[in-house]
Design a binder for this molecule. Structure first.
Ligand SMILES: *[C@@H]1O[C@H](CO)[C@@H](O)[C@H](O)[C@H]1NC(C)=O
Ligand SMILES: *[C@@H]1O[C@H](CO)[C@@H](O)[C@H](O)[C@H]1NC(C)=O
Ligand SMILES: *[C@@H]1O[C@H](CO)[C@@H](O)[C@H](O)[C@H]1NC(C)=O
Length: 496
């Protein structure tokens, strides 16, 4: 009897082994095909975390494309300094060689060894499969995860290998699909249907993650340590003079030559689907980074919390020195679609009754002026074009937002009547840089699109620019032991 059992076990094991290796081989093929087709479409996405080895096995040829070699990175930054920011001519789109390793697919194969109908069942089983995986997950981040629901156990923690790897990640819930890259913790695409149910990508960007490394216009990026401009690339803090790297004439823009938008972030957590899909990026900015004092840990969490809503939470903690911190999210929106032309016919409401006038270098003069009676008045929803009249280059200005900062409140409503898409932005920051992309020129973007002036607009919630040199503006200084927390909520909908 015992011998029969042993024999039976053996047979089962062998059969299992064959099935597993078959599934694996089969899946490898699928992944390869995926890679092939991605040359055209770049649709290879991490639904889960990287699986280095598996990916390299499959994508050996393309390995170079998806890795940021330390040396290359250095070179990259030395060569492509963002000195002329928006005006710099864009590089050609790289061939889509950033083939990401689809580790998830492998696991799927593994766990689906008994499924005959793999393709149909794949999605539905993903949760269960990741749930199984969960047992070995060590979730060491407990401090900010107050939303622990059943879903959370499905998430995948990042590992150390991701530090030097740039990849493509995706979140999906209901009608929204978003792609990210950990280069600059950036949004690459956001797909949402129009009034006819036709899905479109409503953010400007590039097809391949590699192109983000040479980007000069901060497409989709998380910018910092201090977003916007610091006049003369210097400031005083606690009696000490600090010089920051100048990359915008003699000024510092978006954190300097190698700001937070120009570095590889770590993917700490990633949950592709389920009730609350989310991705968490982290970065440690060292003491003296671009001239700023003290080490700072930064975390950006993107979450699809509710139907048609994206929440973005940016947090930063200085280690042992006070430092200015002002993060901003730099997606260029075009509700008509990234390739719809310009945003000038879109309508916007900005709930800021005053703004900070600027000098010829876009540094605030220190005044705070009412918008009433000026081209800056968007207190009522109105067409951008109609208001813009005398502003040939459009808007690139900071609004002083109404209501109390540190409290979430509605800030912007943006409507595109043609597509029927509407975006409502709430946030907890004192200011909003409204930039209509007037300096975009000949940028080779997604799917053969060339972006020109006004192809998209940015809604950069933040504190006022050059606050470090302006005692009358709300302070950007964060003391050690304190946490900077910047929250945004984007609600998408359809208007008739
Ligand atoms: C998703 O899109 C479809 C097609 O446009 C629409 O019928 C449905 O109401 C949308 N769902 C949500 C939650 O917006
Ligand atoms: C910053 O992050 C590093 C690495 O994760 C960690 O060792 C350190 O304790 C963190 N510092 C603070 C102030 O949170
Ligand atoms: C890419 O552009 C072509 C035409 O230029 C269009 O037919 C196609 O739908 C576009 N693809 C995507 C994914 O936007």
């Amino acid at each position: 009897m015992a011998r029969v059992s042993v024999l039976l076990c053996l047979v089962i094991l062998v059969t299992l082994g064959v099935v597993v290796s078959f599934s694996f081989a089969h899946d490898t093929e699928v992944t390869s095909n995926h890679v092939e087709s991605s040359q055209k479409e770049t649709e290879v996405v991490h639904n889960s975390k990287h699986e280095e080895k598996g990916g390299e096995m499959v994508n050996d040829d393309h390995k170079a494309g998806s890795h940021v070699d330390k040396k290359d990175k250095k070179k990259e930054h030395d060569v492509h300094k963002k000195d002329d920011q928006h005006e710099k001519k864009e590089h050609d789109v790289h061939k889509k060689s950033d083939h990401e390793k689809d580790g998830d697919k492998k696991k799927t194969a593994h766990h689906h060894k008994h499924d005959d109908d793999e393709s149909d069942d794949e999605k539905e089983h993903e949760d269960k499969k990741k749930g199984e995986h969960d047992e070995s997950d060590t979730d060491d981040d407990t401090d900010d995860d107050t939303d622990d629901d059943d879903d959370d156990k499905d998430e995948v923690d990042g590992d150390d290998d991701e530090k030097d790897t740039i990849g493509l990640y995706e979140l999906k819930k209901g009608n929204i699909t978003i792609k990210f890259t950990n280069w600059g913790a950036s949004i690459m695409s956001l797909r949402f249907p129009d009034k006819n149910g036709k899905v479109g990508d409503i953010v400007l960007g590039y097809d391949s993650v590699k192109s983000y490394k040479t980007d000069k216009v901060y497409f989709g990026a998380t910018v910092g340590r201090v977003a916007n401009r610091i006049g003369n690339a210097q400031f005083k803090l606690n009696g000490k003079e600090y010089k920051t790297t100048a990359n915008d004439g003699k000024n510092t823009l978006h954190g300097g030559k190698k700001g937070f938008g120009d570095v590889v972030w770590e993917v700490k957590k990633h949950k592709y689907d389920g009730k609350k899909p989310h991705i968490v990026f982290t970065y440690t900015s060292p003491d003296g980074d671009q001239g700023f004092p003290g080490e700072v840990n930064v975390t950006v969490t993107y979450k699809l919390d509710k139907e048609n809503e994206l929440s973005v939470v940016m947090e930063a903690k200085p280690k042992d020195k006070a430092t200015p911190i002002n993060l901003a999210h730099h997606t260029y929106w075009n509700l008509g679609g990234h390739n719809a032309g310009d945003i000038l016919s879109e309508e916007i409401q900005i709930l800021g009754s005053s703004y900070t006038p600027v000098d010829g270098e876009l540094i605030p003069t220190g005044e705070i002026s009412p918008v009433k009676g000026t081209s800056y008045d968007f207190l009522q929803l109105r067409s951008i074009k109609d208001n813009m009249k005398d502003l040939k280059t459009g808007y690139d200005i900071n609004y002083c937002l109404d209501g109390k900062a540190d409290k979430m409140r509605k800030i912007v409503e943006l409507v595109d009547k043609k597509s029927g898409r509407k975006l409502e932005l709430s946030g907890n920051q004192p200011g909003l840089q409204f930039y209509t992309g007037g300096m975009l020129k000949d940028i080779k973007g997604k799917n053969g699109t060339t972006y020109q002036a006004f192809a998209g607009l940015c809604l950069e919630t933040q504190s006022y620019p050059n606050s470090v040199n302006n005692p009358k503006f709300p302070s950007q200084i964060v003391e050690p032991g304190k946490t900077y927390k910047h929250t945004m909520l984007f609600k998408f909908s359809i208007v008739s």
